[in-house]
Unconditional design. Structure first.
Length: 384
């Protein structure tokens, strides 16, 4: 018979807990296969009772492992308009070619704002500003060659490639008259011509969050451990800044105006990541983040099972508390995305077969998980 977990005491936020070490029993752990939220000892309530906590999007102290001072060379690439016969493109604006050439156009104002911020910082140096618009269009291969040249001839210890303009619908790929530039295109150029230096890749276009997600998955695919120590050791140090989520469209001017500024000491650009007035939600990823407790000095103690992609799953991690066979118990569960709504509804019925809804990450006896696990889970699954 499956054990029942009576969920009776769940706080609203993990960061408000007064953690205690979980009780343990020799040779005995809570059965994660079933849970019951009814509790005969609990006081009845007419208010909804929380049955679980979402663990993702927690904040924690992180460090960036990098050269003492990063001096960046910057290339801005802009592709404006909506004339891409071979691509299902989403333009940031519907301005015609004549309007784009006007200094007062929103797109030209955006480019000027970006250049002004770069030039204001003491550690950035502008190398190239390339604008592609109807009447002055070049091929994707031409721009790939220009990016390769930029990477190959970078004399500083870091580079920033900033794209603004039209994107392929659903992918965030950069649009040009005969096709698109993909994240894989840029990443291969980085590995072949800039590896060992830091690349900041800024994507201000519709669906740009797709590139951020693809970058994270690429790190797991090629086997770079989920900590800045490993990125430095392998010389693969990429930072991603996108102007919107993977399912959002972007609008001209809002991203540099609402989200980016120069720090007080004029050393670097700050990308805040706050929601823009246009409704866009910027995203970011930095492979230089040190996620283990030893900080940048090392040696690294990140669990080998951690993946960079775990950061994409934080919204699906739940902490379930209650009683199992009359004893207080808890479970951390990574719920399958396609089963999340079903999981929430099933909890309300009184019995939850936890193992049927995803992967049980940790289980234990007691009111709260041990502090070591409470520290690990938010750090592993928090957004990067």
């Amino acid at each position: 018979m499956l054990a029942k977990l009576n969920i009776s005491n769940v706080l609203s936020s993990i960061v408000q807990l007064n953690p205690q070490e979980a009780e343990t029993a020799q040779g005995d752990t809570p059965n994660a296969s079933s849970a019951d939220r009814s509790d005969s000892a609990a006081e009845p309530s007419t208010e909804p009772v929380a049955q679980f906590e979402v663990i993702g999007n927690q904040k924690f102290r992180i460090e960036a492992i990098r050269p003492e001072t990063l001096h960046k060379e910057v290339m801005i690439l802009a592709s404006f308009g909506d004339h891409f016969p071979d691509v299902d493109a989403v333009a940031k604006a519907k301005d015609n070619a004549e309007r784009m050439n006007e200094e007062s156009s929103p797109l030209n104002k955006e480019l000027q704002l970006i250049q002004d911020m770069v030039n204001e910082s003491d550690t950035y140096s502008m190398k190239y500003v390339m604008v592609d618009f109807p009447g002055n269009q070049c091929t994707r291969d031409y721009y790939l060659k220009r990016i390769e040249h930029f990477f190959t001839n970078c004399d500083k210890n870091a580079a920033m490639l900033w794209y603004t303009g039209a994107a392929e619908k659903g992918t965030g790929n950069w649009c040009f008259k005969d096709g698109v530039i993909t994240f894989q295109d840029v990443f291969e150029l980085y590995l072949n011509h800039l590896r060992g230096k830091v690349l900041s890749l800024v994507c201000d276009c519709s669906y740009s969050g797709k590139w951020r997600d693809e970058c994270i998955r690429k790190y797991d695919e090629i086997g770079v451990g989920a900590c800045g120590h490993f990125s430095k050791e392998q010389g693969i140090m990429v930072k991603m800044f996108t102007s919107c989520k993977s399912d959002q469209e972007a609008y001209e001017f809002w991203y540099p105006q609402d989200n980016v500024e120069v720090d007080e000491e004029k050393k670097f650009l700050i990308f805040w990541g706050k929601q823009l007035r246009s409704g866009q939600t910027p995203r970011s990823f930095s492979s230089t983040l040190v996620r283990c407790k030893n900080g940048r000095e090392g040696p690294c103690q990140t669990d080998i099972s951690w993946k960079w992609g775990d950061a994409l799953l934080g919204h699906l991690v739940y902490l379930v508390r209650g009683k199992c066979r009359g004893k207080a118990a808890w479970h951390y569960v990574l719920v399958d995305e396609e089963k999340e709504e079903q999981f929430k509804e099933q909890v309300k019925t009184g019995t939850v077969d936890v193992a049927n809804f995803g992967k049980v990450l940790h289980s234990g006896w007691g009111e709260d998980p041990p502090q070591t696990i409470r520290d690990e889970i938010p750090k592993r699954f928090s957004a990067l």
